[in-house]
Write a protein that binds this ligand. Sequence first.
Ligand code: B12
Ligand code: SF4
Length: 648
Amino acid sequence: MRNLNVYLIKPTQYDDDGYVVRHWRGVLPSNTLACLAGLTEDVIKQKRLGEFLRVRIHVLDETVDRVPVKRICRSQRDQKTKTIVCLAGVQTNQFPRAADLARVFRRAGLTVLIGGFHVSGYLALLPAIPPDIQQLMDEGVTIVKGEVEETWGDLLCDAVEGRLRPLYDFLADKPDLYEKPTPSIRNEYLRKFVAPNFGTIDCGRGCPFECTFCTIINVQGRKMRFRSAEVIATAVRNNYRAHGISFYFFTDDNFARNKNWQAIFDALARLKDEEHIPLKFMMQVDVLSWKIANFVDKARRAGCTTVFIGMESVNTENLEGAGKRQNHVAEYSQLIAAYRNAGISTHVGYIIGFPRDTAESVRRDVAFLMDDVKPDHASFFMLTPLPGSQDHLAAFRNQEWMDPDFNRYDSHHQVTRHPHLADGEWKDIYLEAWRAFYSFDNMKAVLQGGRPESYWHNFMRFIWYKNSIVTEGRHPMMCGYFRLKGRTSRRPGFPVLSRWDYYTARFKEALSDLRGMLSVLAEMEELWLQTRHRSEAERRVAEEIAELRTRYGQLKIRDFQAAFQRAKEHFPTLHVPSKITLFWAKWSPLLVSNRVYTRADLDAYWNTVRLRWTKRHILRIPVFTLPLNFFRDVQLSLLFLFHMGRAL
Ligand code: B12
Ligand code: SF4
């Protein structure tokens, strides 16, 4: 054998219509793929596979790449070439897709392995190998349970020599990560994501706590393992120089319990101070992290801009029931304030559907979250018994109903029965929580209450989240920009539509997506107009105008002047524009400057046009102002996009 193709493929999920979920651009690149690419490069460098074997690594993330199934199947045709397909980082909701791909590749005679959290967690707690995994093994697929930092070379050797076993179990031998190869960044992969300066590193693994819904502790363990601070700093330096990576997601489940956090933060701060690398990062921490001496301050100095916190609930009974005893609701607002005061945005994970939840209690709790706890962002999840969690084991032992379709285990679907929430009601209250948190008023409150340095960061996340939930109806963490669907890439059991039916349906969908996106953009434009940073004087003028806004549309130039005049009483240096300037400002298309505070008048105008159009009162459409308002709208949008682009 002369050539070896190693395909590292992260499968995606099927949507509810059976189409493979793929986006034109993703938001977060996969750390598992980068980890396995780094390990494979290391195996090649060490010549573990022999001197003369030419190895090509192909990294494919099905959430943003079309997997060229036929080409991969053909790649082993010639005798001197072998192809190994590694279905990587397979989560429970991706397992059905992974299994379908595995079968196709096996039928073509390729070597296929599946690893990741689903198989690892599923096999970690259940007393016997479940039938779906056994069936795959019978079909010649190798299942890998656990982490492979110390065994990847051996596995690849077994694969090359054709002596792979059906099951490898590394769960008991968790690798020491201290000096292991770090995730490898690939430019061609990063180009598929919205921010191509975005990288991932897991600085450590494990978590000491005992939440019953969590799979991490039963796969990566409760004993913390971590990478050396020097290894991380070297990776960050090299990634910056070679790929321009300056923003990281440190994927540790709990960075605050990484025993090496201090050394890592110090090393990163040195990269910023001494080597002028403009490093920023986000990380996951627990609710007690703010109490660790110097943690928040050092995080800020190292470049932390966002923390993701597993808050899960504001109901103490829910937390106790889920074994999350470390979360004290009374301290939540102090936790948020500690990070906010350091200029770090807070993003909380919040679970809906704990056994004690009712529709009313969820409504009350979400209001408390927004009004009292006041995090910058929240991600909501429907409680899901993920294989590998104590919750799943308990439901399995008690023979409770669990949806047999793993494709739905994405915490965005109901997969169990709830004692107080009827089928359908659970999902409704979950979606209501999303809508409440990402309502205009709450987003406005967050942007106005936050620090100026967090403004654009929070704003961009709002766009991503709003677009995912409102336009696409998908969980933001499983969503990207512009949904793509292949006509024939459909789950077995779903019919492949005729070209005509498919393209008609797609056209309608694309139109509705576009309409959704434009309406999100218009809302965000208004949010920007109402919240963007202004000087004190400008703010005062805005308040005056807001008072007059009840009569908006009928506002006269003299009203504006009066507002300026009153503001001048507070700010004597304020320049009161002349009548001519204000006339110009009100009516000229060039009005779109920093004196626009709302697009309410434009929206009112377009609503009138729409209403008259639908009521067939076409002659009553104010045609003379149409081009002017269109021009003003385009201008305003360009100004908004310009400011957003500058902030990116
Ligand atoms: C980071 C992360 C994300 C990121 C992913 C992007 C990124 N930047 O990586 C974001 C925020 C987008 C995300 C989203 C979601 N996530 Co997530 N995520 C994680 C997290 C915290 C780290 C992943 C990671 O990098 N791990 C380090 C890598 C190296 O570990 P690994 O994947 O297990 O891989 C090792 C081994 O498993 C093995 N291996 C893996 N694949 C293969 C393949 C072969 C062939 C072999 C031999 C070995 C092998 O080798 C690797 C190296 O040792 C994990 C928890 C965790 N600690 O892993 C949760 C986790 C994977 N996520 C989880 C979930 C549920 C989700 C969501 C469904 C949540 C949601 N509703 O939005 C979505 C799904 C998104 C998607 N389309 O994949 C669950 C999955 C559990 C399960 N059984 O399904 C986890 C375990 C957390 C949990 N709550 O329990 N996630
Ligand atoms: S704190 Fe988070 S990572 Fe740790 S056990 Fe609980 S859910 Fe899992």
